[in-house]
Design a binder for this molecule. Structure first.
Ligand SMILES: Nc1ncnc2c1ncn2[C@@H]1O[C@H](COP(=O)(O)OP(=O)(O)OP(=O)(O)O)[C@@H](O)[C@H]1O
Ligand SMILES: [Mg+2]
Length: 501
């Protein structure tokens, strides 16, 4: 029931909220084959959990927007927004390597697209025709994680969907235990996923497939129409361009130690954005085999697997686009771009982390590998290592870094080779590059957990706001906040994050 589906919905008796935004709703204009028009389901007695001034500015919301009458209701989904055209879109996908068939926005409703080109989507805003067995809701804990992580990733310079706000309600939501509901207002140029293409390919609807691909190319990848390597085959060019963006994205994840946790094809953005902050984790101790998703029993989405999984997902996209691309050989040639772009992008990120501000040299890749092997040997804290190394290159004693290792001989051997390479670089440039590349603050699980506990137990959002502030400028020192940049407490390893959200 992917088209013209209906769902029981309370009458929209509330007045529309005048956000001051102008809307153009590009995706909605594709028509009912791609989505079902419907409104969010209201939640009782909403309250603000967090707002992002940066995203509000991006949208062009007026100062004090959240205090305007109706704003809280509107962003909780309890009141419509004038000019918006809310809908749930249909997509399919491969989940954990298996074809899952039709999925779709089961708990996310796209309010529309602003005239500035930003789509605004409410996640957790009630059932849709694509909810299957789900309740259409999201819980407060996972919504706080999504809100903080979206903005933290953006501040790290990593492509991501953004988050304007989180609202909560005391409405009960049943997961392993009874929790309460929340809604995240997400913002991105587009929420189209690989799974949208797979959906129409799997059902043999080539016209819809072409309409969708043309929409994505015209709106987001216009350069694909201008000839180039694929001689006017815009669909092959699109595949190549998506591969390149995905390579750049995953290289950034690997360099910062970010585990996505659910890299299903329905969680892969066609724009190369990080999307769907579920069981993600910024790693504490460096372990290439780390599995952050408690539901991922086979380790399909373990940290070190991410680059290969991205390729697997791109392969699914290529299969979906094949009726448009034409020859299989052409699709494979387009896919090859990822295979070369990923290692290049990853090496560039690692060189920056090492402070190699000069031209790349033949041994740089090996030095980066040796560094990661050193860290893996003792599961050294990833973020702290890189930050201390940066401080050392900026003049702090080497002991601060050396103290992180039990095997001092292994560290000393590595340090010798690093210093040899570093001696070829201007030290001040290296230090500067490192301090801007190796964050002091990342959203570790235990930090998120502390903010969640205060919010859940006391409706106290002070910790959330502190984290928001630190993570907005993660490369700054933020004196007085060293505890937020310290080692995780012992209880951090017992936090279990699963697909339940
Ligand atoms: N509580 C729920 N109610 C209805 N549908 C749900 C619920 N949780 C997940 N789904 C749907 O199950 C599918 C897979 O869920 P997944 O966990 O990847 O996404 P998500 O966290 O809901 O959202 P997104 O990918 O939009 O960030 C999607 O179609 C999603 O909409
Ligand atoms: Mg998802």
């Amino acid at each position: 029931m992917d088209t013209a589906a209906t769902i029981d919905r309370p009458a929209d008796t509330a007045l529309p909220f005048a956000s001051g935004l102008a809307w153009r709703n590009g995706f909605a204009a594709l028509g009912p084959r791609f989505s079902t028009a419907l409104r969010p389901t209201p939640l009782p007695a909403p309250y603000w959990v967090g707002t992002s001034p940066q995203v509000a500015a991006l949208l062009g919301l007026p100062a004090g927007w959240q205090d305007a009458p109706g704003a809280l209701d509107a962003f909780t989904g309890s009141r419509s927004i004038a000019g918006a055209a809310p809908l749930a879109s249909v997509y399919s996908g491969h989940q954990f390597g298996v074809w899952a068939g039709q999925l779709g926005d089961g708990r996310a409703i796209l309010l529309g697209e602003t005239s500035g080109g930003w789509e605004v989507q409410l996640k957790g805003s009630g059932r849709t025709p694509y909810s299957r067995m789900g309740d259409g809701r999201a819980v407060l804990r996972s919504s706080i994680r999504e809100f903080l992580a979206s903005e933290a990733m953006h501040a790290l310079g990593i492509p991501t969907t953004r988050a304007l706000c989180v609202t909560g309600s005391d409405a009960p939501v049943r997961r392993e235990e009874v929790e309460t509901a929340a809604v995240v207002a997400r913002v991105a140029p587009s929420f189209i996923r690989f799974g949208h293409f797979e959906h129409f390919a799997a059902t043999g609807r080539v016209d819809e497939l072409r309409t969708l691909a043309d929409y994505v190319i015209d709106r987001y990848y216009p350069a694909c129409r201008s000839g180039g390597r694929f001689a006017g085959n815009a669909y092959a060019a699109l595949l190549e361009a998506v591969g390149e963006r995905t390579a750049a994205l995953v290289a950034q994840w690997q360099a910062v130690g970010f585990c996505h946790g659910v890299m299903n094809t329905d969680n892969m953005s066609i724009l190369g954005l990080t999307i769907d902050y579920g069981p993600f984790q910024f790693m504490d101790g460096f372990d290439p085999g780390h599995i952050c998703n408690h539901s991922d029993t086979q380790g399909r989405y373990a940290f070190s697997q991410q680059p290969q999984v991205a390729y697997w997902n791109l392969f699914c996209l290529a299969q979906a686009l094949l009726p448009l691309v034409g020859e299989e050989e052409t699709a494979l040639a387009a896919l090859a771009a990822y295979r070369s772009a990923f290692p290049a992008a990853f090496e560039a990120r690692m060189r920056a982390k090492l402070g190699l501000a000069d031209e790349a040299r033949p041994g740089d890749g090996a030095l980066a590998d040796a560094t990661l092997r050193l860290l893996a040997g003792e599961r050294t804290d990833y973020t702290i290592f890189w930050r201390r190394l940066s401080r050392h290159v900026a003049g702090a004693p080497v002991e601060d870094v050396r103290d992180l290792f039990l095997d001092r001989a292994a560290f000393d051997t590595w340090m010798l080779s690093y210093q040899e390479r570093l001696s070829q670089v201007d030290k001040a440039l290296a230090a500067d590059l490192m301090c801007k590349t190796n964050p002091k603050f990342v959203l570790r699980n235990h930090l998120g957990e502390q903010a969640i506990r205060s919010a859940r137990e006391h409706r106290d959002f002070g910790e959330l706001q502190t984290l928001q502030r630190l993570l907005a400028t993660p490369y700054d020192e933020h004196p007085g906040h060293d505890a937020h940049a310290g080692f995780p407490p012992d209880w951090a390893s017992s936090i279990e994050i699963s697909c339940s959200s």
